[in-house]
Design a protein around this ligand. Sequence first.
Ligand code: PEP
Ligand code: MN
Length: 354
Amino acid sequence: MLVVMEHGATDAQVARVVAVIEEMGYQARPMPGAQRTSVGLVGNDGRIDGSSLEALDGVAEVIHVTKPYKQVSREWRQENTLVTIAPGVVFGGTEIPIIAGPCSVENEAQIVLAAQQVREAGGAALRGGAFKPRSSPYSFQGLGVKGLELLALARAETGLPIVTEALDEEGAHRVAEIADCIQIGARNMQNYALLRTIGKLGKPVLLKRGMAATITDLLMSAEYLLAEGNTQVILCERGIRSFDSATRNLFDLTAIPLVQKLSHLPIVGDPSHGTGLRDKVIPMGRAAIAAGADGLLVEMHPNPDRAMSDGGQSLFPEQLARLVREARAIAEAIGRSITPTPSAPAGTASATNG
Ligand code: PEP
Ligand code: MN
């Protein structure tokens, strides 16, 4: 339930609404907006009679949020939520950040070189898994904490913020210490205990759509994060299972405008897992931008043929540069732009190389 205040309602009137909601035993979330303030009532179990709130001074109307996801919905918040993972790297506005890097962190030389190549290509953030969810227990599982340390080193060298996955509750705390944005993978989208833990960590989150999840499932999972008080959530379309094995997944581009209609949260496209095929990543990355994506998540490896995971869908560095160039042209055609690469820390090789 959302209590919309009149334009010009006083702070005291807002405070009174908050107090009444709390007296009723629910949480109140005041949300100042460009036009007017709203106060969200969290935890409505269907027993609330809105008329007592409607009668309070300064209240314009009480809106019943009809969707099963509440705080995630556009009914709850009309304006886009902007998610900032580092200064100048913002999702949900007119600028579109491109996150790129290898599937996995493999060693220091690989991740530092990859980060430099992401910089040179025009990316805004570095991805790389330290904890890897692999379909086989015998596949490379990632370097773990060592991988996180190497990501921090790559950030210190290049100035690129880091997006990396947390697989479980214990690892989430370690990831939160280093990452600028915590990725929740497709396989964990409905791991509700993990969602609750990560929702409490106060870090931006990138939540990937499960491979058999509906749009409603995705938004319900995001609701777990917002219910814990974290509104800094980026959604990610990464392809869903289909009957057709011609591609690894079916990259559901319609999800992008659909989610933007239903929710105020930003949504990015991952054409790498979405297709699983290197030569399809550039066309589908372009298509995601054209469909209105608020960012891209792309796998790029300095030497894809030697990659320890997902080499076959990883771009060569020069292909990433081409994708960014082409994405710029498409973004411009729809009144947006690609986020510039953050500046490199002074004194690093990245700074010297421009
Ligand atoms: C990844 O980003 O490398 C990854 C494992 O993605 P997903 O969870 O979408 O499979
Ligand atoms: Mn991968």
